[in-house]
Design a protein around this ligand. Structure first.
Ligand code: ATP
Length: 299
């Protein structure tokens, strides 16, 4: 095998809490992350010529060592003592700098892909350790599913898979730098924290009503102050029938959980045609248990 094609899926945060700040500037987080079915397609090939080459479908996205997948390939090849070259093609669908971990997921897919391509047999744990050197969200993007993430995002506790839910993503036509949001956040002044422990119990009990009513993200107020249109998108989603709506990660993407794909699609048309949003996607939550069940059936 000298080529492998992978799906690099994005994520949303059902909850996001900041519980402290470390001396090195990193924040201590508690968040429930959920993989979604919107994905970038990653093709990884072995090449005869050494070196790492990258291509992608967006004219402005770096194709050199500034692309996060370059770092992933470089670290993997070094760790595995491999000197041959690789070519990585990225077809992006996940909005960039949007709070959906698109870059982290691309990096995760490259690590998983190279491990298969070169038959290195690194364990998932080892791949997650390499991933953490690239970015705090990369280990989660390797694990996938419904997960409680703590520490800087690397202490991961898998939770039972949620039933498949219809998700609408609407990104305002702006980019938000994660660093600028954390810089503006005053950790000591956070008065209302997400009910993370209760939320975990609700996921275990498959209590969908609690899940849609109690989504909470302490970064929302910070990003909304910078870009008030985020609040308007949230309100519009609820008016169009979302059971719950929230900003993902540091934003600016807003997601809504809808009772049907049809309702999500009607709202999507509104955001695209009436509000002029360029990046609007109807997708669903990724159900890891279902995927693993299918794999067992195939064996
Ligand atoms: P997170 O939710 O982890 O904060 P994000 O969705 O906010 O992620 P990304 O889309 O991962 O942000 O990208 C953030 C920055 O990384 C962008 O400025 C982009 O130029 C750079 N970048 C490098 N490689 C990639 C890639 N493969 N995909 C997306 N962005 C990339």
């Amino acid at each position: 095998m000298d080529t492998i094609v992978l799906k690099a899926r994005g994520k949303i945060n059902l909850t996001l809490d900041v519980v402290g700040k470390r001396d090195n500037g990193y924040h201590d987080l508690r968040m429930i992350m959920q993989t979604i079915n919107l994905y970038d397609t990653i093709t990884v090939k072995k090449t005869k010529t050494p070196g790492i080459r990258i291509n992608n479908n967006l004219a402005w996205l770096p194709k050199d060592d500034r692309n996060i997948t370059y770092k992933a390939a470089e670290k993997f090849l070094k760790e595995a003592n491999i000197t041959s070259g690789v070519y990585i093609d990225i077809f992006k669908r996940i909005p960039v700098a949007a709070g959906l971990a698109g870059g982290s997921s691309d990096a995760a897919a490259v690590l998983v892909g190279l491990n298969k391509l070169f038959e290195t047999h690194f364990s998932k744990k080892k791949l997650m350790e390499i991933g953490l050197e690239i970015g705090a969200d990369v280990p989660f993007c390797i694990l996938r599913g419904t997960v409680l993430a703590e520490g800087i995002g690397e202490v991961l506790t898998p939770l039972p898979s949620l039933p498949s839910m219809h998700i609408l993503l609407a990104k305002p036509n702006i980019s938000v730098s994660t660093a600028s949001v954390y810089k503006a956040l005053k950790v000591d002044e956070i008065t209302k924290h997400p009910k993370t422990d209760e939320y975990v119990e609700a996921i275990k009990a498959r209590n969908i009503q609690f899940i849609t009513n109690n989504m909470d993200n302490v970064l929302e107020d910070v990003t909304i102050k910078m870009h008030p249109q985020i609040e308007q998108i949230k309100q519009d989603m609820l008016e169009y029938g979302a059971l719950g709506s929230m900003m993902s990660g540091s934003g600016p993407t807003v997601f809504g959980i809808f009772p049907s794909r049809y309702k999500a699609a009607v709202a999507a048309e509104y955001f695209k045609n009436q509000c002029g949003l360029r990046e609007v996607h109807v997708t669903s939550t990724f159900c890891k248990a279902k995927r693993e069940g299918k794999r067992r059936e195939r064996r």
